[in-house]
Design a binder for this molecule. Structure first.
Ligand code: NAD
Length: 456
């Protein structure tokens, strides 16, 4: 009898479970084992802010495929609380440790997918290990943070980092009735986003009584005798009170033990992969937040870890590990998030990034209405375009407004994927009816103003 081929997947969240499910569908005779170090698999971590805000009451609602369903309906052998600690590519095995029994188990493999994700990048600030200082990466983090808020004790939340998680959580904390202060080390919020967009977001924070300290670094956390956080000291000596701290200062790919076995990292520090999600080691694939992706605007490897990319990369890795022919061409860096009344989105390069990558570029910004001006609820939408002066192509778009942002950005994402010029975008036949758009959609207005800027 021919022995079944075995696929081992390390990490059971977005990329890992997409990979495992795809591999089983592609080749139902393949044995698929998923090693997951926590007690949860396949959950929507992007939903955590809404769970903490109590808009979603039960954390189990965030679980997409419960382990029982994965095992019984999909035939995936899910091993919870198994932390992979060593890969031996020449003998083709993975060693895992069971977190409770401490038993070390060796899993031989024919194919291996590394989908170990990314961990919160906690800065080494004195006092950061005090009680009630949280990160928000995993379901376990979300459950701990929410149960502290549920206790009714915290009143003053302080968020370190004004990026995506910080801004989503500012809203969540306000919904829960907490005072909110944000500390951002850069002179601007939202990393490389352009100033026109950031100004609108900052104005929204002010309206919602969120205190924002930019250009500010936390030099230490203060705790009481019980070790509970009570405040932070900024580098300039100012003290801010807090009985709950969320550290949202970015994430780092978890690649330590993959690197130890010779899996090559790319220039971004994440695992280097090709279009088939193959690493440099035969029969080892990587996908999700631990891996790079090709940026289709710059043509270079990029590290922009997002849930959508993790799912697609996982699916391709699973397809190929099971004998298929899948490709993941790359990303254009499309993202959207909500903070209070605003939708904020971007795709492609911002001005800072276009500069960094050496493009000869111009920009154009417009503010118009999301729908016909006379239609009830018409609100402002601001779009900023970054364009290549040499060939008239779009390089990036950023957008903010109360309505109609999240799907409009996808038009620009599609344009970037197809390497369209701004002139071509200005000719698009887009949908129109008063509740959804003005006769001239803001996308077309932005493209027309962009054309003028290109011709100057
Ligand atoms: P981020 O990179 O979006 O933002 C981190 C922020 O922290 C930056 O503004 C940075 O300047 C700041 N910072 C870093 N070190 C600091 C320090 N010591 N003191 C003060 N500020 C500091 O990262 P995040 O918000 O932690 O999110 C993590 C990941 O999750 C990101 O990759 C993000 O794209 C992703 N995410 C995406 C979405 C979405 O697409 N809707 C939502 C949430 C998170």
């Amino acid at each position: 009898m021919v022995q079944k081929k075995r696929l081992v997947v390390i990490g059971g969240v977005a990329a890992g479970m997409s990979a495992a499910s795809r591999a089983r569908r592609r080749n139902p005779n393949m044995e698929v084992i998923v090693l997951e170090k926590t007690g949860y698999i396949s959950y929507g971590s992007c939903g955590l802010p809404y769970y903490v805000a109590d808009m979603i009451k039960d954390h189990n609602k965030l679980i997409i495929i419960p382990p029982k369903i994965a095992r019984e309906k999909r035939g995936i052998d899910v091993r919870l609380f198994h932390e992979a600690v060593e890969i031996n590519p020449s003998e083709k095995w993975v060693k895992a440790v069971h977190s409770e029994s401490k038993e070390r188990i060796t899993f031989p493999y024919d194919k291996l997918i590394v989908s170990t994700g990314a961990g919160a990048a906690k800065p080494p600030i004195p006092g950061i290990d005090s009680k009630h200082i949280y990160v928000l990466r995993t379901l376990t983090d979300g459950v701990a943070l929410k149960s502290y808020i549920d206790s009714g004790v915290p009143q003053k939340a302080l968020i370190v980092g004004a990026g995506y998680i910080g801004l989503e959580m500012a809203e969540a904390f306000r919904i829960r009735g907490l005072e909110v202060t944000m500390v951002e080390m850069l002179p601007n919020i939202l990393g490389t986003m352009d100033a026109e967009i950031n100004a609108i977001v900052e104005n929204e924070l002010e309206k919602k009584e969120v205190k924002l300290y930019k250009d500010s670094t936390v030099s230490s956390f203060e705790a009481n005798e019980a070790g509970e956080v009570k405040g932070v000291i900024l580098e300039d000596g100012r003290r801010l009170e807090a009985d709950l701290v969320l550290v949202a200062t970015g994430i780092k790919p978890q690649v330590k033990f993959a690197e130890a076995c010779g899996i090559q990292l790319g220039p971004t520090g994440a695992v280097a992969v090709n279009e088939k999600q193959e690493t440099n080691i035969p029969d080892i694939y990587a996908a999700g937040d631990c891996a790079e992706a090709r940026h289709l605007v710059t043509g270079k490897p990029a590290y922009i870890p997002l849930g959508t990319t993790a799912n697609k990369q996982g699916r391709v890795a699973g397809e190929n590990a099971a004998g298929g022919k899948g490709f993941f061409k790359g990303i254009v860096g499309t993202a959207v998030f909500k903070t209070f009344e605003l939708e904020v989105a971007r795709t492609g390069l911002s001005s800072v990034e276009a500069e960094k990558h050496g493009f000869n570029f111009v920009t154009a910004a417009i503010t118009d209405k999301c729908c016909a001006g006379y239609y009830p609820g018409a609100s402002a939408i601001t779009i900023k375009l970054v364009m290549n002066k040499d060939d008239g192509r779009l390089l990036g778009a950023m957008m903010v407004g109360q309505r109609g942002v999240s799907k409009r950005i996808d038009v620009f994402a599609t344009a970037l994927y197809n390497k369209m010029t701004v002139e071509q975008i200005s000719q698009l036949d887009l949908s129109y009816a008063p509740p959804f758009a003005p006769v001239w959609d803001p996308i077309l207005i932005a493209a027309n103003i962009g054309l003028k800027a290109l011709k100057k």
